[in-house]
Design a binder for this molecule. Structure first.
Ligand code: F6P
Length: 343
């Protein structure tokens, strides 16, 4: 029986379990044995695996997170990591590996292919939706819905107290979650990493609202946004194994500036990991399922070095490299639509 390994790496998101379930179900239909590798690349370094059968994936479709666990382990940053990965891949008798992840996990896949583990298929995930090569990643829709619901709740309290509420959302260096949740939640200003923050402009938009009798406002800011004359606001300087700092804190800085310059009482709400949790939306369950089924088809057809992707409403395959070379940032036509509702 041929064996497929599957791992989930990087930040978790809703939709990972639907992918795992789909890989197992489709894999069994096609006569494969499926080996779950625990905690991303860490599991392949440590040979920490579990056999996945139909019973192990029963009931996981609506569950958030990943039953396999995840980590931000980079085998290229661990001493002897690459050798261990190669050794265990061989020891497990894997014929192919399905790597489910974002920029980092897929970036490692590209390197491993060059280093001799050629039979890899990628599946793009991230709440940030910042991967090129696919119109959407799963996890993003659920995160946007969660942020939208939070904005809805913050609206009522902002209105009662005649306050400004700054809502800080995730997204790393892309403003997708901010723009989409902001449009869906009716934000009055949306600030994204793609455009430096002009605080004078923000204040004049908020004042314009006050002048027309709107004594409250919602300002959505992406964690990666920065002031024109400033730098990234970070929580922790220490880099992770993929060279990322921990973002967070721009909301607080912005609130201070707004209150100081406009004189309106301002509060901050940082949504944080709530955006990564919970049950996947129907869109993410379906996208994850379609991706998982397609990934097994790619293995069956020996289309290695490819990643499943969504183009329009079709599931296609693209080279894994296409997802990791350039980040997909917010489309400015889209941002122009959001701007119609500012102020
Ligand atoms: O990439 C997903 C993401 O949630 C980003 O939006 C965020 O900056 C980062 O991961 C947070 O990472 P961690 O869970 O390691 O704090």
């Amino acid at each position: 029986m041929k064996k497929i390994g599957i791992l989930t790496g990087g930040g978790d998101c809703p939709g990972l379990n639907p992918v795992i379930r789909a890989v197992v179900r489709k894999g069994y239909n096609e006569g494969y044995e499926i080996i779950g590798i625990k905690n991303g690349w860490k599991g392949l370094i440590e040979n920490d695996v579990v056999k996945l059968d139909l019973i192990s994936v029963s009931g996981i479709l609506p569950r958030g997170g990943t039953i396999l666990g995840t980590s931000r382990t980079n085998p290229y940053k661990k001493e002897g990591g690459l050798e261990k990965v190669k050794e265990n891949y061989k020891k497990l008798g894997l014929d192919a590996l399905i790597a489910v992840g974002g920029e980092d996990t897929l970036g490692v896949s590209v390197k491993l292919i060059k280093d001799g583990i050629t039979n890899i298929v990628g599946v793009p995930k991230t709440i940030d939706n910042d991967l090129s090569g696919t119109d959407y990643t799963f996890g993003f829709d659920t995160a946007v819905n969660t942020a939208m619901e939070c904005i809805d709740k913050l609206h009522t309290t902002a209105e009662s107290h005649h306050r400004i509420i700054v809502v800080e959302v995730m997204g790393r260096h892309a403003g997708w979650i901010a723009v989409e949740s902001g449009i869906a939640g009716g934000a009055d200003v949306i600030l994204v990493p793609e455009i430096p923050i002009d605080i004078d402009e923000v204040c004049s938009l908020l004042k314009k609202r006050y002048e027309r009798g709107k004594t409250f406002s919602i300002v959505v800011v992406a964690e990666g946004a920065q002031f024109k004359e400033g730098t990234l606001v970070i929580q922790e300087q220490k880099l992770d194994e993929f060279g990322h700092v921990r973002l967070g804190g721009i909301g607080e800085r912005l609130a201070v500036e707004i209150e100081k310059r406009c004189g309106y009482e301002t509060r901050v709400s940082v949504l944080g990991h709530i955006q990564r949790g919970g049950t996947p939306s129907a869109f993410d369950r379906i996208l994850g399922t379609r991706f998982g089924v397609k990934a097994v088809e790619l293995v069956k057809n020996k289309k290695f070095g490819k990643m499943v992707a969504l183009t329009g409403n079709k599931i296609v395959d693209v080279p894994i490299e296409s997802a990791v070379t350039v980040a997909k940032t917010v489309d400015m036509d889209f941002y122009e639509i959001a701007k119609v509702f500012f102020g």
